[in-house]
Write a protein that binds this ligand. Structure first.
Ligand SMILES: NC(=O)C[C@H](N)C(=O)O
Length: 321
């Protein structure tokens, strides 16, 4: 028997549609008691640790999920499935990927259509996630996200569509595997990663997106608020308008770590352009170029780095791997 722990956290997968078309929290989780739909060698243990729409999920909640999975590893579970709202699912998945010293499979899933909507994807995704968690190859992968018969790594997956069931994509690198009618197939090996077992998630780390004509106002506000770190979604390969530079420099001078990603949905930020505001100058100023992560994941990473006590060169190494 393969014992799989299911941690329900809420989201559309556990919601229902009202007669007026609005979608709300359901008092009873519609996924409970579906073991009959699974292969007979899988035994489910389900816990509803919260029932939150995922815009309500905080870093503290992600830490609570991580701690429950730590215990599950000690309790001898074969794997863990986390059901979660899709809005912030990628952030929780990435948080777990960087903080869990993982020895068993960990799979996140959710739904785009609530439990009683026509074509609801919740139960289907749930069953496929459990089957993936029970697969022998899944433990060797990082934290996984299963949607619509695709398996994605937590590191690069992102929600790309507001309502489509095929919303979770991995833009630059593609999925790591798929679930067919007969089995689970991985086509990529997991990238070697170092994990950081943090105990706190303190700190204010805003995320700013660059736009044409941006000036230093938002950066000055961050300085005035004494933020603990900042993530910038810069243009293209990693560039900013010249008018932001004095404020960016002031933040760096006051010791606030700044990480930079691209606002493009494909590729990675690099120091290529050597004009005013270009990546070459930003890197020389001390801005950390993060490879391939979205802004929201770079923010999770910077908070983890800060709470792991990293600073200076160690923080740069952690952020720029
Ligand atoms: N599809 C979903 O789960 C979206 C919902 N707003 C949530 O994240 O909780």
């Amino acid at each position: 028997m393969k014992k799989i722990l299911v941690i329900h956290t809420g989201g559309t997968i556990s919601m229902k549609q009202e007669t007026d078309g609005t979608v709300t929290l359901s008092a009873e989780n519609p996924l409970l008691g579906k073991e009959d739909l699974l292969p007979s060698d899988i035994q489910l243990f389900e816990e509803e640790i919260f029932n939150l729409p995922s815009p309500h999920i905080r870093l503290e909640d992600m830490l609570a999920v991580k701690r429950r999975i730590d215990r599950a590893q000690e309790e001898g579970f074969y794997g863990v499935v986390v059901t979660h709202g899709t809005d912030t699912l990628e952030e929780t998945a990435y948080f777990l990927d960087v903080t869990l010293e993982k020895r068993i499979s960990v799979v996140l899933t959710g739904a785009m259509r609530s439990s009683n909507e026509i074509g609801s994807d919740g139960l289907y995704n749930f069953i496929r996630a459990v089957i993936t968690a029970a697969n022998a190859d899944s433990a060797n992968q990082g934290v996984l996200v299963v949607f619509n018969d695709e398996i994605h790594s937590a590191q690069f997956v992102t929600k790309t569509h507001t309502t489509n069931v095929n919303t979770f994509r991995t833009p630059t690198f593609g999925p790591v595997g798929l679930i067919s009618k007969n089995g689970v197939y991985f086509v990529k090996e997991a990238v070697e990663r170092q994990t950081y077992a943090i105990e706190t998630v303190a700190g204010t780390v805003p995320l700013l997106k660059a736009y044409a004509g941006m000036d230093g106002t938002m950066f000055e506000m961050c300085l005035a608020k004494k933020v603990d770190g900042l993530v910038i979604e810069a243009f293209g390969a990693g560039n900013l308008p010249p008018s932001t530079l004095p404020a960016v420099q002031a933040l760096i001078d006051s010791g606030i770590p700044i990480a930079l990603v691209s606002r493009c949905s494909n590729g990675m930020a690099e120091d290529i352009y050597d004009y005013q505001g270009g990546g070459v100058g930003l890197k020389k100023m001390g801005v950390m170029f993060v490879k391939g992560l979205t802004g929201q994941k770079a923010r999770i990473r910077l908070i983890i780095g800060i709470n792991a006590g990293l600073s200076g060169e160690a923080l740069i190494d952690f952020m720029t791997v």
